[in-house]
Design a protein around this ligand. Sequence first.
Ligand code: TYM
Length: 326
Amino acid sequence: MKRVFSGIQPSGTLTIGNYLGAMKNFVRLQNEAECYFCIVDLHAITVPQDPAVLRTNTMSLAAMYVASGIDPKKSTLFAQSHVRQHTELGWLLQCIAYYGELGRMTQFKDKSAQRDVVTAGLFTYPALMAADILLYQADLVPVGEDQKQHLELTRDIAERFNNRFGQTFVVPEPYISKVGGRIMSLEEPTKKMSKSDESAGAYISMLDEPDVVRKKISRAVTDSEREVRYDDANKPAISNLLTIYALCADRTVEDVVAQYAGQGYGPFKKDLAEVVVAALEPIQARYRELMSSGELAALLRDAAERAAEVAEVTVQDVKEKLGFVV
Ligand code: TYM
């Protein structure tokens, strides 16, 4: 059985970009693979966090994972900071990764350009991400497009280590959806949808109320002409909305395009809002139940124990190969 690993940062409420680009694939994969899904709280502190907010966001993300369909009986759903091996292998791989390659990461360049003060952790972030994945000998890593470069670096680190010290790590493959791998901003469709966008109109949060969703979609920018047609290069706004529609309704883009042929943007956007609301409503209801149930903390603890057992095998092997006295 294949192993799958992926992670999400507890840095605020997820957007439908995270859901459609990553989480939906997690849910699908848990039926066919041995899955490890992580709340990467150690990654979150590479930028300043209010401790109380981080704690809340961590539990909120745990609830969102389960509400979106991650079944804790099928998947190991845990917090990164609960499994010490992440920090340990993270350091070891910082000594395998090169300064030059870390400096070439576009996400580091973007994030560091937005801040006055840049932590060393923000720079070495991809080495910790490599550790997350390699600890579990994952074959597949479902992510959105924006993580592709980090995955390539993970593969380079794994191959470098294997070449130098002998076969140690499975070299993981990225798993990126052709449809939905990059959900774009509703206001600037050439920019990725992101929860850190200054304008809340640019993204739909997984916890947005139905009327907020309707308003954001009605205000979403469209392209010139009136035709509902998929054309990423010339009609990025409508193509993005078509992608969101198709994924939320579990239909193909072609099918949705055929339905709105000759109707213009108005009816399409109106229906899109209802499709998104209908996709979010059951998730939001389950989320609220889970947040008030108090069952999540124990679930995370149990899963961390299982994860640590697997992770420890890798750490011991790596330490021995590096020459530590064991
Ligand atoms: P994060 O927390 O920024 O995002 C979580 C997942 O959501 C995907 N995503 C998107 N997909 C499509 N369209 C979008 N607009 C969009 N925005 C976000 C991301 O690609 C990601 O899959 N570094 C990672 C977390 C991480 C990780 C890992 C992932 C840490 N260790 C190991 C995989 C394996 C991150 O910051 O994701």
